[in-house]
Design a binder for this molecule. Structure first.
Ligand code: UN1
Length: 505
């Protein structure tokens, strides 16, 4: 499929409206260009939403919510099932657009759409399983139980690196929960957001529920700010940097709004002396180089037991030499460009700091200007465990290799950062694995054994601790964040016994 076919199939025009409020509305913000990082070419333009446009989107979300919540949850699930079917039909085109707009390789672009399909299926099943508990009341002839009610319009702020999947984690689950959605995508990936909204529009058109999936493309300082301060939006789910999370989290706290925050990672793998080294090296390479190191689950730190350090370092360097870099749409390529040139500068800056802190570059470190301005070699730097740069998450294919003496030291190094998203251990020892998974081990939201840090399935709850923000999205019981819990006690007797045995009139 060439660019024009992809754009035509997804309804992308040369200049696109940046807001959807139950239908595409005219927008009045500044112009935004979507640039293909692999070629530097403008793919298409968008007229951003301004504050007035946001207001229309929000008002529509509120109005649609009043009606959407009246549908029984399994009926809402039926609409999400149709969205899943439509995504299946558009998987090739949408996967290609993800690749064109942010630079991840095509199998990963398509994988991202598969992640949306998986979530749609999960949400459909969930639409019949929004269970509440029944408790034993301490009072005779009383029944106590909890039920889950729709919450309202949910604001979803997504990042460039998973421009569509993370939207689906939030809005497809929120939809079966009875909520409507306002999506503020990254300014790096507005076209994928428009394409997804065209897909949901086709499914919802003519049903009266077009306003379940809304969109407002605008800058953080207008649309983002308005949404975060908007009391009609009871929950904002935001994915991005810790800096962004501090702003969104504190603004929400000022109005006591709810937050789901999915922020920086700084993820680590511990490789023990009893590990299957081949497995560890392959997993680490995918985790550090996949998506050009731009997943929030990407591997940043490989913490290796001293007895296998030299062997792991040697094998990592030779595996990196096999990583093919180039056009992310081309077959056989494993790494494309970074999202933009700024990301390349950020990586080079971190690399300079790492070197100044005693880092030794084992492989990589150079820009690949012949391929384009956003290309850089995946890089491994040997660092000592106390280097301050290890505290920073650099959103790029920059991996630090760190030597430790023991499992305990490895765990301490791993946990010794401000973030806490994903972690893994490679070991064939049951004791080591169990210790790593225990409360004495990893302090992260995700802790794996003999699997890398990235590439989580949607069935589990996704999110992390500490400065990662504490939010959980996608599988397990993450749906509860999109609903409000009501605890009910019913007295079906003739007396009025009080709890805690209190006697009154
Ligand atoms: C993200 O980078 O924000 O676990 C999400 C993974 C993917 C999702 C990453 N399933 O790597």
């Amino acid at each position: 499929m060439d660019t024009q076919q992809v754009l035509a199939e997804l309804g992308i025009e040369e200049i696109n409206r940046g807001a959807y409020a139950g239908g595409w509305i005219e927008t009045h913000g500044s112009e935004l260009q979507s640039i293909n990082p692999a070629t530097g070419e403008v793919i298409a333009s968008i007229t951003r939403a301004n504050g007035d446009d946001y207001e229309k989107v929000a008002a529509n979300s509120v109005e649609t919510f009043e009606r959407w919540r009246m549908l029984p949850a399994p009926k809402r699930g039926e609409y999400v099932r149709l969205v899943g079917n439509a995504l299946r039909e558009k998987k090739t085109a949408l996967g290609a657009l993800v690749t064109m707009e942010m630079g991840k390789i095509l199998p990963e672009g398509e994988g991202e759409v598969q992640e949306m399909i998986d979530i749609a299926d999960f949400a459909v099943g969930l639409s019949r399983q929004l269970y509440g508990l029944t408790m034993a009341s301490e009072r005779p002839l009383h029944r106590m139980y909890e039920q889950w009610h729709p919450l309202g319009p949910v604001g979803t702020i997504t990042s460039f690196n998973f421009p569509t999947a993370v939207w689906s984690w939030n809005s497809l689950i929120a939809a079966v929960c009875g909520d409507t959605n306002i999506w503020k995508p990254s300014s790096e990936t507005p076209l994928t957001a428009i394409a997804v909204t065209n897909i949901t529009h086709e499914v919802m058109a003519g049903t009266g529920f077009e306003g379940v999936f809304n969109l407002a493309i605008g800058s953080g300082s207008d649309v983002g700010d308005l949404m975060v301060k908007d009391r009609r939006v009871p929950l904002v789910s935001a994915t991005g940097s810790c800096d962004m999370g501090y702003k969104v989290g504190t603004e929400l706290a000022k109005r006591l709004g709810r937050a789901i925050l999915e922020l920086g990672g700084n993820n680590a793998i511990i490789v023990m002396d009893d590990a299957d080294i081949e497995l560890a090296v392959r997993a680490a390479t995918f985790a550090a180089v996949g998506t050009a190191g731009q997943r929030c689950t990407s591997l940043r730190r490989m913490i290796v037991h001293k007895d296998v350090f030299d062997e792991v370092a040697k094998r990592m360097v030779s595996t990196y030499a096999q990583v093919t870099i180039g056009d992310p749409l081309a077959a056989g390529i494993l790494m494309g460009p970074l999202v933009n040139e700024t990301a390349v500068y950020n990586m080079l800056t971190a690399l300079d700091i790492a070197k100044s802190e005693g880092g030794e570059v084992l492989t990589g470190g150079n820009r690949l200007e012949d391929l384009g301005p956003a290309y850089i070699e995946p890089t491994i730097v040997k660092m000592s465990k106390d280097a301050p740069i290890l505290q920073e998450e650099t959103f790029a294919p920059l991996l630090y290799l760190i030597e430790v003496d023991s499992l305990e030291e490895g765990i301490a190094v791993q946990n010794g950062v401000r973030q806490g998203l994903s972690s893994a251990i490679f070991t064939d020892s049951l004791k080591n694995a169990e210790k790593f998974l225990s409360h004495l081990g990893s302090d992260c939201g995700i802790a794996n054994v003999n699997i890398g840090t990235s590439g989580a399935e949607i069935g589990g709850a996704f999110g992390g601790e500490k400065e990662t923000g504490g939010g959980r999205e996608a599988g397990s019981d993450s749906w509860k964040a999109y609903m409000r819990r009501q605890t009910t006690t019913i007295n079906w007797g003739d007396d009025l016994p009080l709890a805690q045995g209190v006697e009154f009139v």
